[in-house]
Write a protein that binds this ligand. Sequence first.
Ligand SMILES: C[S@@+](CC[C@H](N)C(=O)[O-])C[C@H]1O[C@@H](n2cnc3c(N)ncnc32)[C@H](O)[C@@H]1O
Length: 192
Amino acid sequence: MMGRFAWNLRAAFYDQVFRLPLFRRIREEEDASFKELTKGFAVQDARILDVACGTGHYMKILGGGRLYGLDYSAEMLRIAGDKQKASLVLGDARHLPFKTASMDRVVCIGLLEYFGDREAVLREISRVLRKDGLGVLSYSRKNIFNTLRNLLGSRVHACSVEEFAISLNKCLLEWVNGRESLLQGQVLCRKA
Ligand SMILES: C[S@@+](CC[C@H](N)C(=O)[O-])C[C@H]1O[C@@H](n2cnc3c(N)ncnc32)[C@H](O)[C@@H]1O
């Protein structure tokens, strides 16, 4: 897993990378999935947590509700704070500093693949979601593109959609809908 120091370094050019044509295409596809799956998320007063919010890209897309962004890079959070009104928290996704059942919605994009044990984070997401609360969570797909990413040094733990569904299930998160793009799959799930 990449350490905090490395994420702090990446923060400075994280948004710029997505202006390059290939990365912009990838991001546009992922954003389209996210918008589709989070339709109706940002209703007034819904408490929405973005786990590993990074520079705040997905909180900006959500745009409403009572937004909480958690990340363990202070540099990422500093940039997120310039973009979007949200309560920003420095913390670790494996120990979320929120009460059990305190969130109506949780999103977590681009994080789980960095953990050999993704269920450590999924259990925490499940814990903070209230019953029937909704989540949109992503995984890196098992395909040639993610194999290439690993060869280039990314060290992501890709999985199949079936493997991801099993992990969700173990953590009391029921599959509702899913979409796949080039590198990533995103799943809309409900807390059982
Ligand atoms: C690939 S970025 C994704 C950022 C954002 N969700 C997005 O899609 O633009 C991964 C983020 O996870 C954060 N991160 C890595 N390990 C973490 C951990 N254990 N707890 C919380 N955040 C973590 C990094 O600091 C980084 O901002």
